[in-house]
Write a protein that binds this ligand. Structure first.
Ligand SMILES: [Zn+2]
Length: 454
């Protein structure tokens, strides 16, 4: 640990309860320092110059708003080490985005980034949900180039937790181990826990009675509150499923986490806003949205030495809380946001009505007899210019309801929720695509073939 005053990140909560004034003063000072740092980088100089600006124009939060945003195309053009800003020899490891299209984009970490900044950021996440040193953690995020698993390993070690770095999969083993090792905390995709619950029951294990899990830190996939409530009801008494949010560009899963008070309202705190500054901007006008409104998350890393980002467009859409700075937990400086409701790329305008895939997910999650993890939106572009939307759902095997009834029910709920009539087709169990990481819920088909094209 490079900072001697912080030998045990588990205990050091002095900054968790900053006032908003203190937080903003810290952000202003760090932004000015970032501008001075980026001024030494030819790549960053060129990026600013293309927008008629200079890194030295970055002085505080007010000046940030006029500076250029950063998009995926910028990074791709700077292959193989975009905006690295430190000599390659100072990088101790790389992480990469999933790269569903094209080559993965590499983000470097210096020793300080990895062992100090990231560890401190994740310790704050752990404190917010109530992880304790000595907790037995079933670490289920993936490894390799993905930042999820390896970042958790590093931070859990520093925090004093007992880590079981299992990674994804190994369901048969884990339903038994959760009983035998009495894991108290888990980090994984929420869809995977649901799979484990079902597997456990088949193996004669009742998670509610036989497991000891108290906390889940669920990322990689945003699920509806209904899905979460259902999952919690199948788990040991008092089990809380917390949503975590982060990105590789931000330096890890460090941006958002729910606290025990915001959990009920399905909201997270931007709990590291003094280290990764978050703007929530209207995707077209790029103006900040008001509390209660939906916008895109745009991030600026304030502490990261290697591969910092300035105003990176995550494309993730979120609703700002109606009361962002009031939470009973006392984290008044760290604004609250809702769960991630979709991608700005996925935002649909169907016959003039704005539709977010998450609204459709909410409807599907509320109907008994449907697979919660398998559904799809197909958009057909018709010549008239009006989009035609079809929602594909899946009936779980053994459901008491007929496919036609399920389709009719979803159609009428969608009509009530969106004010939009759309076609709903119900398929049999196992027909629709499953996604291991981020799901692609919206598929566009051309009129000629009507074949789904991702
Ligand atoms: Zn709170």
């Amino acid at each position: 640990m490079t900072e001697s005053r912080n030998p045990r990140p588990a205990a050091d909560d002095r900054d968790d309860f900053l006032s908003l004034d203190e937080l903003q003063a810290r952000q202003d000072a760090k932004l000015a320092a970032l501008g001075r740092r980026l001024a030494h980088s030819p790549q960053w100089q060129a990026h600013f110059a293309a927008a008629g600006a200079s890194p030295l124009d970055l002085k505080d939060r007010a000046s940030l708003a006029a500076l250029p945003l950063l998009e995926k195309s910028h990074l791709r053009n700077l292959y193989p080490y975009p905006l690295l800003t430190v000599p390659l020899e100072q990088v101790v490891r790389f992480c990469a985005t999933s790269g569903t299209t094209g080559l993965p984009v590499l983000f470097g970490f210096t020793l300080k980034d990895w062992e100090h900044t990231l560890v401190r950021q994740l310790a704050r996440i752990y404190r917010t949900v109530g992880v304790r040193p000595g907790d037995r953690v079933y670490q289920g995020y993936g490894y390799g180039l993905w930042v999820g698993g390896s970042s958790m390993d590093e931070a859990l070690k520093a925090y004093g937790a007992v880590n079981f770095p299992v990674g994804p999969g190994r369901g048969e083993l884990m339903v038994q181990w959760l009983k035998d090792h009495r894991h108290t905390v888990t980090t994984m995709s929420p869809l995977w826990l649901m799979t484990l619950i079902q597997q456990a029951r088949k193996a004669g294990i009742d998670p509610r009675r036989d497991w000891a899990l108290r906390l889940g830190i669920f990322g990689g996939q945003s699920v509806s509150a209904t899905f979460r409530n259902e999952m919690e009801a199948l788990m040991p008494e008092g089990f809380m499923a917390h949503n975590i949010y982060g990105t590789t560009e931000a330096g890890g899963p460090v941006l958002g986490i729910s606290c025990p008070h915001s959990h009920g309202e399905d909201e997270m705190h931007l709990v590291n806003d003094d280290s990764v500054l978050t703007e929530v901007l209207e995707p077209q006008t790029l103006r900040p949205v008001a509390p209660g409104e939906v916008g895109e998350i745009v991030i600026t890393t304030l502490d990261k030495e290697a591969s910092p980002v300035l105003r990176w467009r995550t494309r993730d859409l979120v609703r700002r809380s109606a009361h962002p700075y009031r939470c009973a937990c006392g984290r008044h400086a760290f604004a609250r946001i809702g769960r991630i409701i979709g991608r700005s790329d996925d935002m649909l305008k169907v016959r003039g009505v704005l539709v977010y895939p998450s609204q459709i997910e909410d409807v599907i999650a509320g109907v008994e007899g449907l697979a919660k993890d398998a559904w799809q939106i197909y958009i057909d572009n018709e010549r008239s210019g009006l989009d035609h939307m079809e929602v594909a759902i899946e009936r779980v095997a053994g459901s008491a309801c007929a496919s036609d009834d399920l389709a009719r029910e979803v159609r009428s709920r969608l009509k009530a929720r969106l004010g939009l009539s759309c076609e709903v087709r119900c398929h049999e169990d196992g027909t629709l695509p499953r996604y291991e990481a981020k799901a692609t819920r919206v598929l566009r088909r051309s009129k000629e073939t009507l074949n789904p094209t991702p």
